[in-house]
Design a protein around this ligand. Structure first.
Ligand code: PMP
Length: 458
Protein backbone atom coordinates (compact mmCIF):
# COMPACT_ATOMS: atom_id res chain seq x y z
CA UNK A 1 0.00 0.00 0.00
CA UNK A 2 1.23 3.46 -0.82
CA UNK A 3 2.43 5.76 1.95
CA UNK A 4 0.29 8.29 3.82
CA UNK A 5 2.21 11.46 4.72
CA UNK A 6 1.46 14.17 7.28
CA UNK A 7 3.77 16.58 5.40
CA UNK A 8 5.04 16.81 1.81
CA UNK A 9 8.51 17.03 3.30
CA UNK A 10 8.18 13.35 4.18
CA UNK A 11 7.95 12.62 0.44
CA UNK A 12 11.54 13.69 -0.17
CA UNK A 13 13.90 10.78 -0.78
CA UNK A 14 13.07 7.09 -0.86
CA UNK A 15 13.03 7.02 -4.68
CA UNK A 16 12.88 3.73 -6.62
CA UNK A 17 15.47 2.14 -8.89
CA UNK A 18 14.45 1.07 -12.41
CA UNK A 19 16.45 -1.42 -14.43
CA UNK A 20 17.33 -0.06 -17.89
CA UNK A 21 16.47 -3.20 -19.82
CA UNK A 22 16.26 -1.74 -23.35
CA UNK A 23 19.18 0.68 -23.25
CA UNK A 24 21.23 -1.90 -21.39
CA UNK A 25 20.38 -4.75 -23.80
CA UNK A 26 23.47 -6.77 -24.68
CA UNK A 27 25.44 -5.39 -21.73
CA UNK A 28 26.34 -7.97 -19.09
CA UNK A 29 26.23 -5.65 -16.08
CA UNK A 30 22.76 -4.56 -14.96
CA UNK A 31 22.17 -0.79 -14.96
CA UNK A 32 19.66 0.69 -12.53
CA UNK A 33 18.41 4.27 -12.73
CA UNK A 34 17.54 6.14 -9.54
CA UNK A 35 14.40 8.07 -10.39
CA UNK A 36 14.95 11.34 -8.54
CA UNK A 37 12.18 13.03 -10.51
CA UNK A 38 9.79 11.15 -8.22
CA UNK A 39 10.70 13.43 -5.29
CA UNK A 40 7.84 15.72 -4.27
CA UNK A 41 9.40 18.76 -6.00
CA UNK A 42 10.42 16.72 -9.02
CA UNK A 43 14.18 16.56 -8.61
CA UNK A 44 17.18 15.33 -6.66
CA UNK A 45 17.61 18.86 -5.28
CA UNK A 46 14.69 18.42 -2.87
CA UNK A 47 17.08 16.40 -0.75
CA UNK A 48 19.73 19.14 -0.64
CA UNK A 49 17.11 21.85 -0.02
CA UNK A 50 15.64 20.07 3.00
CA UNK A 51 19.09 19.33 4.40
CA UNK A 52 20.32 22.93 3.95
CA UNK A 53 17.22 24.51 5.52
CA UNK A 54 17.28 22.20 8.55
CA UNK A 55 21.01 22.86 9.03
CA UNK A 56 20.48 26.64 8.78
CA UNK A 57 17.72 26.48 11.40
CA UNK A 58 19.91 24.34 13.65
CA UNK A 59 22.83 26.77 13.27
CA UNK A 60 20.65 29.82 13.97
CA UNK A 61 21.16 31.28 10.47
CA UNK A 62 17.46 31.06 9.64
CA UNK A 63 14.93 32.35 12.14
CA UNK A 64 11.10 32.75 12.06
CA UNK A 65 10.16 35.48 9.56
CA UNK A 66 13.40 34.93 7.66
CA UNK A 67 13.99 34.90 3.91
CA UNK A 68 15.67 32.12 1.96
CA UNK A 69 17.67 33.31 -1.04
CA UNK A 70 19.44 31.21 -3.64
CA UNK A 71 21.00 31.34 -7.08
CA UNK A 72 19.55 28.33 -8.80
CA UNK A 73 19.03 26.83 -12.22
CA UNK A 74 15.58 25.98 -10.98
CA UNK A 75 15.51 22.66 -9.21
CA UNK A 76 17.19 23.81 -5.99
CA UNK A 77 14.84 26.77 -6.02
CA UNK A 78 11.84 24.47 -6.29
CA UNK A 79 13.12 22.39 -3.39
CA UNK A 80 13.81 25.49 -1.32
CA UNK A 81 10.43 26.98 -2.24
CA UNK A 82 8.59 23.86 -1.06
CA UNK A 83 10.64 23.37 2.08
CA UNK A 84 10.84 27.11 2.79
CA UNK A 85 7.12 27.83 2.36
CA UNK A 86 6.18 24.75 4.41
CA UNK A 87 8.36 26.06 7.22
CA UNK A 88 7.07 29.63 6.98
CA UNK A 89 9.79 31.56 5.12
CA UNK A 90 9.84 33.98 2.19
CA UNK A 91 11.79 32.48 -0.73
CA UNK A 92 13.66 34.42 -3.45
CA UNK A 93 15.25 32.55 -6.38
CA UNK A 94 17.81 34.15 -8.67
CA UNK A 95 17.50 32.24 -11.94
CA UNK A 96 19.93 32.11 -14.84
CA UNK A 97 18.54 33.41 -18.12
CA UNK A 98 19.95 30.21 -19.66
CA UNK A 99 17.40 28.09 -17.79
CA UNK A 100 14.14 26.98 -19.36
CA UNK A 101 11.17 29.35 -18.92
CA UNK A 102 9.12 26.52 -17.45
CA UNK A 103 11.43 26.34 -14.46
CA UNK A 104 10.83 29.98 -13.45
CA UNK A 105 7.07 29.45 -13.81
CA UNK A 106 7.18 26.46 -11.48
CA UNK A 107 9.10 28.48 -8.89
CA UNK A 108 6.45 31.20 -8.97
CA UNK A 109 3.71 28.57 -8.70
CA UNK A 110 5.28 27.30 -5.48
CA UNK A 111 5.27 30.83 -4.07
CA UNK A 112 8.86 31.86 -4.67
CA UNK A 113 9.84 35.28 -6.02
CA UNK A 114 11.98 35.00 -9.16
CA UNK A 115 14.82 37.35 -10.10
CA UNK A 116 16.31 36.73 -13.57
CA UNK A 117 20.04 37.37 -14.05
CA UNK A 118 22.51 36.70 -16.87
CA UNK A 119 25.21 34.06 -16.52
CA UNK A 120 26.84 35.05 -19.82
CA UNK A 121 28.95 37.70 -18.08
CA UNK A 122 32.22 37.21 -16.20
CA UNK A 123 31.97 36.15 -12.55
CA UNK A 124 33.27 39.61 -11.54
CA UNK A 125 30.38 41.43 -13.24
CA UNK A 126 27.86 42.93 -10.76
CA UNK A 127 25.01 41.64 -12.98
CA UNK A 128 26.23 38.05 -12.60
CA UNK A 129 23.68 35.83 -10.89
CA UNK A 130 25.91 35.13 -7.89
CA UNK A 131 26.55 38.82 -7.26
CA UNK A 132 22.86 39.66 -7.60
CA UNK A 133 21.80 37.18 -4.91
CA UNK A 134 24.71 38.21 -2.69
CA UNK A 135 23.49 41.80 -2.83
CA UNK A 136 19.89 40.82 -2.03
CA UNK A 137 21.09 38.83 0.97
CA UNK A 138 22.93 41.87 2.34
CA UNK A 139 19.95 44.19 1.77
CA UNK A 140 17.09 42.07 3.20
CA UNK A 141 17.02 41.76 7.01
CA UNK A 142 16.89 38.13 8.20
CA UNK A 143 17.94 36.84 4.80
CA UNK A 144 19.96 33.65 4.48
CA UNK A 145 21.77 32.63 1.30
CA UNK A 146 21.52 28.86 0.92
CA UNK A 147 24.61 28.80 -1.31
CA UNK A 148 24.27 25.22 -2.51
CA UNK A 149 27.69 25.40 -4.16
CA UNK A 150 29.60 25.83 -0.92
CA UNK A 151 27.07 24.54 1.61
CA UNK A 152 28.26 21.24 3.07
CA UNK A 153 24.70 20.37 4.11
CA UNK A 154 24.17 19.79 0.35
CA UNK A 155 26.52 16.78 -0.04
CA UNK A 156 25.59 15.74 3.49
CA UNK A 157 21.98 15.17 2.35
CA UNK A 158 23.29 12.43 0.08
CA UNK A 159 25.56 10.90 2.72
CA UNK A 160 22.48 10.54 4.88
CA UNK A 161 19.85 9.58 2.30
CA UNK A 162 20.80 8.82 -1.33
CA UNK A 163 23.88 6.76 -0.47
CA UNK A 164 22.21 4.53 2.16
CA UNK A 165 19.15 4.07 -0.08
CA UNK A 166 21.25 2.78 -2.98
CA UNK A 167 23.29 0.53 -0.73
CA UNK A 168 20.12 -0.97 0.74
CA UNK A 169 18.19 -1.17 -2.53
CA UNK A 170 21.01 -3.13 -4.20
CA UNK A 171 21.70 -5.28 -1.15
CA UNK A 172 25.26 -3.94 -1.17
CA UNK A 173 25.83 -5.26 -4.72
CA UNK A 174 26.41 -1.83 -6.34
CA UNK A 175 29.90 -1.64 -7.87
CA UNK A 176 29.67 1.57 -9.94
CA UNK A 177 27.90 4.83 -9.21
CA UNK A 178 27.39 7.36 -12.02
CA UNK A 179 26.06 10.92 -11.66
CA UNK A 180 26.32 14.32 -13.31
CA UNK A 181 28.21 17.03 -11.45
CA UNK A 182 26.67 20.45 -10.93
CA UNK A 183 27.39 21.62 -7.40
CA UNK A 184 28.89 18.19 -6.89
CA UNK A 185 26.59 17.53 -3.93
CA UNK A 186 25.00 14.37 -5.32
CA UNK A 187 28.18 12.66 -6.46
CA UNK A 188 30.24 13.73 -3.44
CA UNK A 189 27.75 12.70 -0.76
CA UNK A 190 26.47 9.53 -2.42
CA UNK A 191 29.91 8.52 -3.64
CA UNK A 192 31.45 9.07 -0.23
CA UNK A 193 28.82 6.93 1.50
CA UNK A 194 29.03 4.11 -1.05
CA UNK A 195 32.82 4.03 -0.89
CA UNK A 196 32.73 3.82 2.89
CA UNK A 197 30.00 1.18 2.94
CA UNK A 198 31.86 -0.95 0.39
CA UNK A 199 35.30 -0.45 1.94
CA UNK A 200 36.39 1.41 -1.18
CA UNK A 201 35.07 -1.11 -3.70
CA UNK A 202 32.54 1.18 -5.41
CA UNK A 203 33.83 3.15 -8.41
CA UNK A 204 32.42 6.67 -8.70
CA UNK A 205 32.07 8.14 -12.20
CA UNK A 206 31.27 11.76 -13.03
CA UNK A 207 29.22 12.38 -16.18
CA UNK A 208 30.47 15.64 -17.63
CA UNK A 209 29.63 17.64 -20.76
CA UNK A 210 32.61 17.35 -23.09
CA UNK A 211 33.63 21.01 -22.91
CA UNK A 212 33.01 21.42 -19.15
CA UNK A 213 36.19 22.03 -17.21
CA UNK A 214 35.45 19.46 -14.46
CA UNK A 215 36.47 16.62 -16.75
CA UNK A 216 39.21 18.56 -18.55
CA UNK A 217 37.36 20.66 -21.15
CA UNK A 218 38.04 24.36 -21.75
CA UNK A 219 34.86 25.47 -19.94
CA UNK A 220 33.17 26.68 -23.14
CA UNK A 221 29.36 26.46 -23.33
CA UNK A 222 27.35 23.27 -23.78
CA UNK A 223 23.65 22.45 -24.07
CA UNK A 224 23.02 20.10 -21.14
CA UNK A 225 21.61 22.27 -18.36
CA UNK A 226 22.52 22.06 -14.66
CA UNK A 227 25.74 20.06 -14.85
CA UNK A 228 29.36 20.84 -15.70
CA UNK A 229 31.59 23.81 -14.95
CA UNK A 230 31.47 26.79 -17.32
CA UNK A 231 34.29 29.28 -17.54
CA UNK A 232 33.60 32.67 -19.11
CA UNK A 233 36.70 33.67 -21.10
CA UNK A 234 37.01 36.91 -19.11
CA UNK A 235 36.63 35.32 -15.68
CA UNK A 236 39.86 35.72 -13.74
CA UNK A 237 39.59 33.27 -10.86
CA UNK A 238 38.20 29.78 -11.47
CA UNK A 239 36.52 28.62 -8.26
CA UNK A 240 35.13 25.11 -7.95
CA UNK A 241 32.31 24.49 -5.47
CA UNK A 242 33.15 23.34 -1.96
CA UNK A 243 30.22 20.92 -2.17
CA UNK A 244 32.37 18.99 -4.64
CA UNK A 245 35.13 16.77 -3.27
CA UNK A 246 37.03 15.74 -6.37
CA UNK A 247 38.84 12.91 -4.59
CA UNK A 248 35.54 10.99 -4.40
CA UNK A 249 35.34 10.86 -8.21
CA UNK A 250 37.47 8.08 -9.75
CA UNK A 251 37.13 9.42 -13.29
CA UNK A 252 34.93 11.43 -15.61
CA UNK A 253 33.17 10.25 -18.72
CA UNK A 254 33.14 13.26 -21.03
CA UNK A 255 29.93 13.19 -23.01
CA UNK A 256 29.30 15.25 -26.16
CA UNK A 257 25.96 17.09 -26.09
CA UNK A 258 24.49 15.06 -28.93
CA UNK A 259 25.07 11.81 -27.04
CA UNK A 260 23.50 13.24 -23.86
CA UNK A 261 20.45 14.62 -25.64
CA UNK A 262 19.79 11.57 -27.80
CA UNK A 263 20.14 9.33 -24.75
CA UNK A 264 17.56 11.42 -22.85
CA UNK A 265 15.18 10.93 -25.79
CA UNK A 266 15.81 7.17 -25.82
CA UNK A 267 15.12 7.00 -22.07
CA UNK A 268 11.57 8.28 -22.51
CA UNK A 269 10.81 6.32 -25.69
CA UNK A 270 12.39 3.01 -24.80
CA UNK A 271 12.30 2.87 -21.00
CA UNK A 272 9.23 5.00 -20.19
CA UNK A 273 11.38 7.35 -18.10
CA UNK A 274 10.75 10.96 -19.13
CA UNK A 275 13.85 12.69 -17.81
CA UNK A 276 15.89 15.83 -18.43
CA UNK A 277 19.12 16.30 -20.39
CA UNK A 278 21.41 15.79 -17.40
CA UNK A 279 19.83 12.34 -16.99
CA UNK A 280 20.74 11.70 -20.61
CA UNK A 281 24.35 12.62 -19.91
CA UNK A 282 24.46 10.39 -16.82
CA UNK A 283 22.90 7.40 -18.60
CA UNK A 284 25.21 7.87 -21.58
CA UNK A 285 28.15 7.73 -19.16
CA UNK A 286 26.67 4.70 -17.37
CA UNK A 287 26.31 2.85 -20.70
CA UNK A 288 29.93 3.56 -21.59
CA UNK A 289 31.09 2.30 -18.19
CA UNK A 290 28.82 -0.74 -18.14
CA UNK A 291 30.03 -1.97 -21.55
CA UNK A 292 33.36 -2.80 -19.97
CA UNK A 293 31.88 -4.67 -16.98
CA UNK A 294 30.73 -8.20 -16.22
CA UNK A 295 27.56 -9.82 -14.83
CA UNK A 296 28.74 -9.50 -11.23
CA UNK A 297 28.97 -5.75 -11.52
CA UNK A 298 26.02 -3.45 -10.89
CA UNK A 299 25.75 0.14 -12.08
CA UNK A 300 23.51 2.75 -10.47
CA UNK A 301 22.93 6.02 -12.33
CA UNK A 302 21.05 9.10 -11.11
CA UNK A 303 18.19 10.64 -13.12
CA UNK A 304 18.08 14.10 -11.46
CA UNK A 305 14.86 15.51 -12.89
CA UNK A 306 11.88 15.10 -15.19
CA UNK A 307 11.72 15.75 -18.90
CA UNK A 308 8.50 17.72 -18.42
CA UNK A 309 10.60 20.82 -17.79
CA UNK A 310 12.26 20.40 -21.19
CA UNK A 311 9.38 19.64 -23.54
CA UNK A 312 10.36 22.71 -25.58
CA UNK A 313 14.03 21.71 -25.60
CA UNK A 314 15.53 18.22 -25.69
CA UNK A 315 12.14 16.57 -26.16
CA UNK A 316 11.20 18.86 -29.05
CA UNK A 317 12.20 17.74 -32.56
CA UNK A 318 12.09 21.38 -33.68
CA UNK A 319 14.51 22.54 -30.99
CA UNK A 320 16.83 19.60 -31.62
CA UNK A 321 16.88 20.39 -35.36
CA UNK A 322 17.38 24.15 -34.86
CA UNK A 323 20.52 23.63 -32.81
CA UNK A 324 21.93 21.02 -35.16
CA UNK A 325 21.37 17.94 -33.00
CA UNK A 326 18.91 16.22 -35.31
CA UNK A 327 19.40 15.46 -38.99
CA UNK A 328 16.85 13.40 -40.89
CA UNK A 329 16.38 12.89 -44.61
CA UNK A 330 18.29 14.41 -47.53
CA UNK A 331 16.52 17.74 -47.95
CA UNK A 332 18.73 19.51 -45.40
CA UNK A 333 21.53 22.07 -45.35
CA UNK A 334 24.13 19.30 -45.04
CA UNK A 335 24.92 19.21 -48.76
CA UNK A 336 25.41 22.99 -48.94
CA UNK A 337 27.51 22.98 -45.76
CA UNK A 338 29.84 20.38 -47.20
CA UNK A 339 30.69 22.79 -50.02
CA UNK A 340 31.16 25.83 -47.75
CA UNK A 341 34.63 27.12 -46.95
CA UNK A 342 36.21 26.71 -43.50
CA UNK A 343 34.74 28.86 -40.76
CA UNK A 344 36.71 31.96 -39.82
CA UNK A 345 35.81 33.77 -36.60
CA UNK A 346 36.90 37.16 -35.27
CA UNK A 347 37.37 37.86 -31.57
CA UNK A 348 34.80 40.45 -30.54
CA UNK A 349 37.47 42.40 -28.63
CA UNK A 350 39.93 42.50 -31.55
CA UNK A 351 41.05 45.75 -33.18
CA UNK A 352 39.82 46.83 -36.61
CA UNK A 353 43.25 46.00 -38.07
CA UNK A 354 43.25 42.51 -36.54
CA UNK A 355 39.76 41.88 -37.90
CA UNK A 356 40.79 42.98 -41.41
CA UNK A 357 43.68 40.54 -41.22
CA UNK A 358 41.43 37.64 -40.17
CA UNK A 359 38.83 38.50 -42.84
CA UNK A 360 41.43 38.05 -45.60
CA UNK A 361 40.83 34.30 -45.42
CA UNK A 362 37.09 34.45 -44.70
CA UNK A 363 34.99 33.19 -47.62
CA UNK A 364 32.74 36.04 -48.73
CA UNK A 365 34.57 38.44 -46.43
CA UNK A 366 32.08 37.75 -43.66
CA UNK A 367 32.73 36.24 -40.23
CA UNK A 368 30.95 35.77 -36.91
CA UNK A 369 32.38 37.78 -34.02
CA UNK A 370 32.78 35.62 -30.95
CA UNK A 371 33.81 35.81 -27.32
CA UNK A 372 37.55 35.54 -26.87
CA UNK A 373 38.76 32.03 -26.06
CA UNK A 374 42.39 31.21 -26.63
CA UNK A 375 41.97 27.79 -28.18
CA UNK A 376 38.73 26.40 -29.55
CA UNK A 377 39.13 22.65 -29.50
CA UNK A 378 35.36 22.15 -29.44
CA UNK A 379 34.58 24.81 -32.04
CA UNK A 380 32.59 27.98 -31.51
CA UNK A 381 29.40 27.45 -29.52
CA UNK A 382 26.32 29.15 -30.97
CA UNK A 383 25.96 30.97 -27.66
CA UNK A 384 29.42 32.53 -27.94
CA UNK A 385 28.57 34.45 -31.10
CA UNK A 386 28.02 38.11 -30.21
CA UNK A 387 27.96 39.78 -33.62
CA UNK A 388 29.29 39.69 -37.16
CA UNK A 389 31.99 41.46 -39.13
CA UNK A 390 32.15 42.16 -42.85
CA UNK A 391 35.13 43.17 -44.96
CA UNK A 392 33.09 45.84 -46.76
CA UNK A 393 32.08 47.65 -43.57
CA UNK A 394 35.64 47.68 -42.25
CA UNK A 395 37.12 48.77 -45.57
CA UNK A 396 34.61 51.62 -45.86
CA UNK A 397 35.29 52.83 -42.31
CA UNK A 398 39.05 52.76 -42.88
CA UNK A 399 38.69 54.52 -46.24
CA UNK A 400 36.57 57.41 -44.95
CA UNK A 401 38.74 57.77 -41.85
CA UNK A 402 35.96 57.00 -39.31
CA UNK A 403 38.08 54.12 -37.98
CA UNK A 404 41.80 53.47 -37.61
CA UNK A 405 43.46 50.04 -37.60
CA UNK A 406 44.21 50.30 -33.87
CA UNK A 407 40.62 51.10 -32.87
CA UNK A 408 38.51 48.52 -31.06
CA UNK A 409 36.18 46.66 -33.38
CA UNK A 410 33.18 47.31 -31.10
CA UNK A 411 31.34 50.10 -32.94
CA UNK A 412 31.71 48.38 -36.32
CA UNK A 413 30.27 45.04 -35.19
CA UNK A 414 27.09 44.07 -36.98
CA UNK A 415 24.29 42.09 -35.36
CA UNK A 416 24.86 38.37 -34.99
CA UNK A 417 24.01 36.36 -38.09
CA UNK A 418 20.92 34.14 -37.80
CA UNK A 419 21.56 30.50 -36.99
CA UNK A 420 20.04 27.42 -38.56
CA UNK A 421 20.58 23.76 -37.73
CA UNK A 422 22.27 21.55 -40.29
CA UNK A 423 19.14 19.36 -40.30
CA UNK A 424 16.86 22.20 -41.41
CA UNK A 425 15.78 22.49 -45.04
CA UNK A 426 17.41 25.20 -47.23
CA UNK A 427 14.05 27.02 -47.45
CA UNK A 428 14.23 27.76 -43.71
CA UNK A 429 17.74 29.13 -44.13
CA UNK A 430 16.50 31.38 -46.94
CA UNK A 431 13.66 32.58 -44.71
CA UNK A 432 16.25 33.54 -42.09
CA UNK A 433 17.83 35.88 -44.67
CA UNK A 434 14.91 38.29 -44.48
CA UNK A 435 15.89 41.92 -43.67
CA UNK A 436 18.82 41.63 -46.08
CA UNK A 437 21.00 39.54 -43.74
CA UNK A 438 24.28 38.71 -45.52
CA UNK A 439 24.35 35.05 -44.49
CA UNK A 440 23.44 32.39 -41.95
CA UNK A 441 25.50 30.38 -39.50
CA UNK A 442 24.94 26.64 -39.74
CA UNK A 443 25.01 24.72 -36.48
CA UNK A 444 26.12 21.14 -35.96
CA UNK A 445 25.73 19.90 -32.37
CA UNK A 446 25.15 23.45 -31.10
CA UNK A 447 28.42 24.70 -32.58
CA UNK A 448 29.02 26.87 -35.61
CA UNK A 449 30.13 24.54 -38.39
CA UNK A 450 30.03 26.99 -41.27
CA UNK A 451 28.74 30.20 -42.75
CA UNK A 452 26.49 30.18 -45.80
CA UNK A 453 26.53 33.49 -47.62
CA UNK A 454 23.39 34.95 -49.17
CA UNK A 455 24.66 34.28 -52.72
CA UNK A 456 25.07 30.57 -51.96
CA UNK A 457 21.55 30.22 -50.60
CA UNK A 458 19.57 32.27 -53.12
N1 PMP B 1 20.84 17.65 -12.96
C1 PMP B 1 19.91 18.57 -12.67
C2 PMP B 1 18.68 18.64 -13.51
C3 PMP B 1 20.10 19.45 -11.60
O1 PMP B 1 19.18 20.38 -11.32
C4 PMP B 1 21.30 19.37 -10.85
C5 PMP B 1 21.56 20.36 -9.75
N2 PMP B 1 22.04 21.60 -10.24
C6 PMP B 1 22.24 18.40 -11.20
C7 PMP B 1 21.96 17.56 -12.25
C8 PMP B 1 23.56 18.27 -10.48
O2 PMP B 1 23.43 17.87 -9.14
P1 PMP B 1 24.47 18.37 -8.07
O3 PMP B 1 24.28 19.85 -7.90
O4 PMP B 1 24.12 17.61 -6.84
O5 PMP B 1 25.84 18.07 -8.56
Amino acid sequence: MAAVHESVLDAIGGTPLFRLTRLGAGIAAPIYAKAEFLNIGGSVKDRAALSMVLAAERDGLLKPGGTIIEATSGNTGIGLAIVGRQRGYRVIAGVSDKSSAEKADILRAYGAEVVLAPTAVPAEDPRHLFNVVQRLTEEIPGAWLANQYDNLANPDAHVRSTGPEIWEQTGGRVTHFVAGVGTGGTITGTGRYLKEASAGAVTVVGADPESSSYGGGDGSPWFVESIGHYLHPDTVEDRWPQALSSEVIDFYERIPDRESLLTARRLSREEGLLAGPSSGAAVAAALRVARGLGPDDLVVVVLPDSGRSYLSKVHSDTWMREWGFLEEGDATLRALLDTAGPLVAVDADATVGEAVEVLRTAPGGLAPAVLKRAARPYGVSATEVVGSVSREVLAAALADGSAKPGDPLGALLGTALPTVGVGQPPAEARAALADGRPGVLVLVDGRVAGLLAREVLL
